[in-house]
Design a binder for this molecule. Structure first.
Ligand code: B4P
Length: 194
């Protein structure tokens, strides 16, 4: 198995690159953003609660997303590997993921962290908001709140994996294909050495 975390601030290209990585490597994609949006569109109690928080640009409570990831891990026993996208987003989520993976006797192989300037993030998300219909992309104040949440609660998650020497920084600006090539190179070299 090969498990990776695609890490970066909102708008850094996690969703965009995940799609290409899954097509190439057949990883199981676990995006907490997508899982939450699916709850919202089905109007489940969890989705209705999450919507209020996501529309403000804040983070959904740890126990909710940890529960979703735990169920998704259980539901997918026979996969070539997991691609975690948008998770973990807090130190508590990182610790919970360690525990879940230890129980399964598997590990994170690498965290690939996309590096993008704040002005570029805001520009991309405003542009996506013109067509995505996502309420959290529609308002610059909400976009800035999401970036603040990232700086306050999420960026420290990289330190958790730096201690284990698992973080590789990837330039997240430029063409989608060039960024994809950078990510693929890192994955290929690690899979070869496993
Ligand atoms: P997410 O769904 O994870 O969304 P995101 O971080 O906003 O977007 P992503 O990073 O995937 O977007 P991408 O760069 O691909 O989270 C949404 C919300 O869900 C959070 O705010 C939070 O409330 C909640 N949530 C999710 N997970 C959580 C967790 N673990 N704990 C608590 N709460 C959680 O794309 C952005 C745009 O950039 C696109 O339009 C794309 O086309 C464009 N783009 C991509 N690459 C580009 C490039 N190279 N050049 C130019 N544009 C590019």
């Amino acid at each position: 198995m090969f498990n990776l975390i695609l890490f970066g601030p909102p708008g850094s290209g996690k969703g965009t690159q995940s799609e290409k990585l899954i097509a190439k490597y057949n990883f199981k994609h676990l995006s907490t953003g997508d899982l939450l949006r699916s709850e919202i569109s089905r109007k489940t109690p969890l989705g209705l609660e999450a919507k209020k928080i996501m529309d403000k640009g804040e983070l959904v409570p740890d126990e909710v997303v940890i529960g979703m990831i735990s169920s998704a891990l259980e539901a997918n026993p026979d996969v070539v590997g997991f691609l975690f996208d948008g998770f973990p987003r807090t130190s508590a989520q990182a610790e919970a993921l360690d525990e879940l993976l230890t129980k399964k006797n598997i590990d994170i192989d690498v965290m690939l962290a996309l590096n993008v300037t704040e002005e570029e993030l805001v520009k991309r998300l405003i542009k996506r908001g013109e067509t995505s219909g996502r309420p959290d992309d529609n308002n610059e104040l909400v976009i800035r709140t999401r970036i603040q949440e990232y700086n306050k609660k999420t960026s420290a998650v990289a330190d958790h994996y730096k201690k284990a020497n698992k973080v590789v920084m990837i330039k997240g600006e430029g063409s989608v294909n060039d960024i994809f090539d950078g990510l693929s190179k890192e994955i290929d070299s690690r899979r070869k050495n496993k």
